[in-house]
Design a binder for this molecule. Structure first.
Ligand code: GLY
Length: 128
């Protein structure tokens, strides 16, 4: 596994953890402000910018534990300054009765090297 591949998988996992824990500062730090996405919440529309995502971070959160796993991750380098990270995102959490539930979504996330850091610039999520 190349250094870039390991670094991108670590950054992507950190991004997913920030979503799971509601850590807006980390999420915003990892994303380019012009982030674009297709995700079910956007109802088929391409969303640009961070405000759409911040809305969800500001909602009251459950304190239930949540574990996020990238299953079958694949990293495709597009030259040295861009990469596509694809995987199945598995989220484990207890339901209202405390029974464990796993949800799965297909995700593709695009990262761009900007100077010395990688920024998340686009993603697409759909139900697995
Ligand atoms: N909805 C935020 C994200 O999946 O990156």
């Amino acid at each position: 596994m190349s250094d870039h591949t390991r670094e991108l998988l670590d950054l992507n996992q950190r991004l997913l953890e920030s979503i799971a824990t509601g850590d807006w500062n980390v999420y915003a730090m990892l994303c380019d402000p012009s982030l674009t996405c297709f995700e079910p919440e956007a109802r088929g529309h391409l969303v640009e910018g961070m405000a759409f995502h911040k809305f969800y971070f500001e909602l009251e959160r459950s304190s239930a534990p949540r574990t996020t796993t990238m299953a079958s991750p694949h990293v495709r380098m597009l030259g040295s300054a861009a990469a596509v990270v694809s995987y199945i995102r598995l989220t484990q959490t207890p339901d209202a009765g405390g029974a464990p539930v796993t949800t799965a979504t297909n995700e593709t996330r695009v990262w761009q090297r900007q100077g010395t850091t990688w920024k998340h610039v686009h993603f697409h999520r759909s139900p697995a």
